[in-house]
Design a protein around this ligand. Structure first.
Ligand code: MG
Length: 378
């Protein structure tokens, strides 16, 4: 397609704004199925758009992050979590002059493989599929991207760039990635860091709003204490609600500021001439030594007092029982699977296919199908 030379190209924009160590579109290793380039969107913009238009992405709105839908309407869903990750990752990427298009695609993609009922669902599927290689939401994202989405006549899946898929491979096996001599792309690292910055802050917010923990006990933690002090320094006195939201803002700001001030400065000082050079020198972005401990303490507190709160353990137990029941049930009655999954079972085996089908469900659809087909089987 002829396109007016008056418009800026992706290459022009990247040349103007990206640092040398960023991942440039022109250096992309391309897609499994070759495609002509687009007249005005770069490869990572196309990845982002494909992800946003996928069914799996939209279903994130019906998947819980930490708290189920019946606990209220305030807290994060897997979709709003994803969007918070994308915006924090973009903020950091922009400050460091990394490729925001790639960062956005990676962030919007990072949790796309989550099954219903969060980590409870993931743990149940992992156990049920233990003999078949197990289940991880990070690996399932790759199956969605390469096989399960069916939207384009020319190829199965989304045919994303190698950079987005490889970024997800790093997420799927962090230990192997850490042991590898080369660091992942800086854009991949930024999204991973943004994920933990985001959930540390928003899980704190949601847990207090739901009354699972209180601000006073959280303020025993140095990181939250620091956030509260900063919130009060801006505005005093603060209502309990404004203190809570102030703490959340400060938790994000402290962590993002720390990353840019310490790790970000080291990156800039490293003066890497290319993305490949930064990877080859095994450069890792991360929290400073002084933040690492307080951050770990907050995460340990959230684990013990929120993720293992009796209200959540009850949800977890119920979800896992249902998934076990449905996993067996669909194997006994494969005719209940949609036609596309029945076909898939012929190649991939029934057990894995049932796992893939269950993993794609929203929380609500999972509950609905359980009641429709299996609840009476007790
Ligand atoms: Mg996440």
């Amino acid at each position: 397609m002829a396109f007016s030379a008056d418009f800026s190209t992706v290459a022009d924009r990247e040349a103007a704004v990206l640092a040398p160590y960023a991942m440039f579109s022109r250096d992309s290793r391309g897609r499994r199925h070759a495609e002509p380039s687009h007249p005005y969107r770069g490869p990572f913009q196309r990845d982002r758009d494909r992800i946003v238009h996928s069914a799996a992405y939209r279903r994130l709105s019906g998947k819980m992050q930490v708290f189920t839908g019946d606990m209220g309407d305030y807290h994060r869903t897997r979709l709003t979590h994803t969007y918070e990750v994308a915006s924090i990752a973009r903020t950091m990427a922009r400050a460091l002059r990394l490729n925001e298009d790639l960062v956005e695609a990676l962030a919007l993609f990072h949790d796309i493989g989550h099954p219903p009922f969060g980590h409870a669902g993931e743990d149940a599927l992992n156990e049920l599929l233990a003999e078949d290689g197990g289940f991880s939401h990070n690996r399932h994202a790759l199956a969605i991207a390469e096989e399960l989405e069916n939207r384009y006549p020319d190829f199965p899946g989304l045919n994303l760039t190698r950079e987005v898929l490889d970024g997800q491979v790093v997420r799927a096996d962090k230990r192997a990635a850490a042991a590898a001599g080369d660091a992942p792309l800086l854009e991949v690292q930024i999204v991973d860091l943004a994920d933990s910055i985001t959930y540390d802050a928003h899980d704190t917010d949601d847990a207090v709003q739901l009354g699972l923990v209180d601000i006073d006990s959280l303020c025993q933690l140095p990181l939250v204490q620091d956030a509260a002090r900063r919130a009060r320094a801006r505005h005093s006195p603060l209502s309990p609600k404004m203190l809570r939201t102030g703490i959340v803002h400060e938790l994000i700001d402290i962590q993002v500021g720390d990353l840019l001030q310490h790790s970000g400065r080291q990156l800039i000082a490293g003066d890497f001439p290319s993305a490949a050079a930064a990877c080859a020198s095994n450069f890792r972005l991360g929290p400073s030594d002084s933040l690492r401990g307080p951050k770990r303490d907050l995460e340990a507190f959230l684990y013990a007092n929120v993720y293992r709160h009796p209200r959540l353990v009850a949800v977890r137990t119920r979800a896992q029982e249902r998934l076990r029941h449905m996993f067996e049930g669909y194997q006994r009655r494969p005719e209940l699977l949609p036609a596309s999954f029945q076909q898939r079972a012929a190649n991939r085996g029934l057990r894995r296919t049932v796992g893939d089908y269950l993993a794609g469900m929203t929380d609500r659809f999972c509950d609905e199908q359980f009641h429709l087909h299996f609840a009476g089987e007790g």
